[in-house]
Design a protein around this ligand. Structure first.
Ligand code: CU
Length: 149
């Protein structure tokens, strides 16, 4: 393929590579001082439901975690330097939480109709909070969880 190219085309490609290399360098050069060489801090975002959304009685909480690998506590800590942790799930400001440790959505079924709040706290292996997001949504009256026998 490249043997069919003219010298001009090859020169042009070389120029592009040099430009790309320069741009990459420029991006790195500006990015590194901003983060002072440390890894970006872990964050969690709730993608759905959105704030104030009307949902059915089986609600799926979808989220995105960045800069942290979700791992069960039962898995030995890896030594690759990636921050590991899990999510503390709190519903309606309960005194208890449960732990969610995969990237799969969190499904909650059978919430009574009305307004509910779910808090997702991203925690490290030491259970200390690294980031947290809360969403408030309304469960509708009309969608039953399952037909009664
Ligand atoms: Cu924890």
């Amino acid at each position: 393929m490249s043997s069919d190219k003219t010298a001009v085309e090859e020169d042009k490609e070389m120029g592009n590579s040099v430009l790309l290399a320069f741009l990459s360098y420029a991006v790195l050069a500006t990015a590194v001082p901003a983060s002072e060489g440390h890894a970006a801090s872990p964050t969690i975002t709730i993608d759905s439901p959105t704030e104030g959304e009307m949902v059915s009685r089986v609600v799926s909480i979808k989220f995105t975690v960045a800069n942290l690998r979700l791992e069960p506590m039962s898995v030995p800590v890896k030594t690759d330097g990636v921050v590991e942790g899990h999510i503390h799930v709190k519903v309606d400001n309960s005194p208890w939480i449960w732990v969610h440790d995969t990237a799969e959505p969190i499904t909650i079924a059978g919430m009574p109709p009305g307004q509910h709040t779910v808090k997702l706290e991203l925690a490290g292996r030491d259970h200390k909070g690294l980031d947290a997001k809360t969403v408030t949504f309304t469960v509708g009256e009309t969608t039953p969880v399952a037909a009664k026998p």
